[in-house]
Design a protein around this ligand. Structure first.
Ligand code: ACO
Length: 329
């Protein structure tokens, strides 16, 4: 008997109630709606309340994904939270989510840190663990309260990001069902820390003092842009070739929602029309590890992922990490 294949059984997402528009931001830093929208495609983003943590958003998205999958919390064997903004340095946010959801105690719970590629990393990890045959159901969550690591006086970074969470439930494909993961591939080009990092708050500068680097995100936007274009193209091309799928067979590309110009260049590279891409960054900005699962959930709920269609997920992030995955719905 061949081992079961694994499918996305359900999806869910959550965004905080507070919306911050480009207009609102122009009262915080020297920027404008015209600059932000024309350079990125972003119009607004959600910002979590002070008492709303990454684990709260992760739990809300996970509850929706579980309900959608018709899987109960006690059926979950693995819980991975992809995040660069954990509630605390220790314990993992996955353990906090475990308690909030009431998962069993014999569940593997851990965080995955690959910045904006985190969800693809977590998806591939969960998929590999399921294929080991030792687990049946996995909860894969991407969640970020990225507003807490932004320097709100730095217009080159604070205009780009937002808070949110997205989740999927993976499990054995029911007879005749679709949404199977066809493949996934992960990459990293380490040694590029200075291009995108949060220098303070780790072991190097635990409590940044005067003259030390701060606990906020720093980014060389132009360099990251060039890397992002190349990495997204490489990751997309590689996985399509590996599975002998022509770009034209991909019905919906769900890219990391960082910048519309990066997405447009991927569309040109793949020679696909823009309407094959699911884009929601105008309403959320870059939500880092939450970006792809949030987009998957919205794409599914808006009917963009019909049974039998093929989706390509492709992401890049700090590290520099990148990765891709293919799903047949
Ligand atoms: N409002 C107004 N002006 C601004 C702003 C702003 N918010 N930010 C920068 N500028 C100014 C700059 O100071 C510069 O002015 P100057 O020419 O007088 O020096 C000018 O605008 C152009 O700046 P550039 O950085 O060249 O602008 P660019 O067209 O490259 O766009 C951007 C900047 C949007 C950041 C782009 O480079 C980008 O999207 N890069 C990729 C970033 C990204 O995706 N990061 C996420 C990584 S994922 C993760 O893991 C977190």
């Amino acid at each position: 008997m061949s081992p079961p294949s694994y499918a996305i059984l359900g999806t869910g997402s959550y965004a905080p109630a507070r919306i911050m528009t480009n207009e609102d931001l122009s009262k915080v830093v020297d920027t404008s709606d015209e600059w932000i929208f024309s350079r990125t495609g972003i119009k607004e983003r959600h910002i979590a309340a002070d008492d709303e943590l990454t684990s709260d958003m992760a739990t809300a998205a996970a509850e929706k994904a579980l309900a959608d999958a018709k899987v109960t919390p006690d059926q979950i064997d693995i819980c991975i939270v992809a995040t660069l903004t954990p509630d605390l340095p220790m314990p993992s946010t996955a353990c906090i989510v475990q308690a909030k959801l009431g998962l069993r105690h014999d569940v593997a719970c851990f965080d995955q840190h690959a910045a904006c590629s985190g969800f693809i990393y977590a998806l591939d990890t969960a998929w590999a663990l399921l294929q080991s045959g030792r687990y049946r159901h996995a909860l894969v969550i991407g969640a970020e309260k990225i507003s807490t690591v932004l320097d709100w006086s730095d217009r080159t970074t604070c205009v780009l990001f937002g808070d949110a969470a997205g989740a999927v439930v993976l499990g054995p494909s029911p007879e005749g069902s679709t949404a199977e993961i066809i493949g996934a591939k992960l990459y990293s080009e380490g040694g590029n820390t200075e291009l995108l990092c949060i220098p303070g708050g780790g072991a190097a500068y635990p409590v940044p003092g005067p003259g030390d680097p701060p606990k906020f995100m720093q980014m060389k936007g132009r360099e990251i842009f060039k890397f992002a274009v190349r990495e997204m193209e490489d990751a997309a091309q590689d996985i399509l070739e590996q599975h002998q799928i022509h770009p034209d067979e991909v019905n919906c590309v769900i890219p990391h929602q960082a910048n519309l110009r990066i997405i447009d260049s991927l569309a040109k590279f793949l020679k696909l029309p823009e309407d094959r891409f699911f884009v929601n960054l105008e309403r959320y900005g870059n939500t880092s590890a939450a970006s792809i699962p949030l987009a998957i959930d919205e794409a599914r709920r808006s009917g963009r992922l019909p049974n039998g269609s093929i989706s390509l997920f492709v992401a890049f992030g700090a590290g520099l990490t990148y990765g891709s995955a293919l799903v047949r719905w």
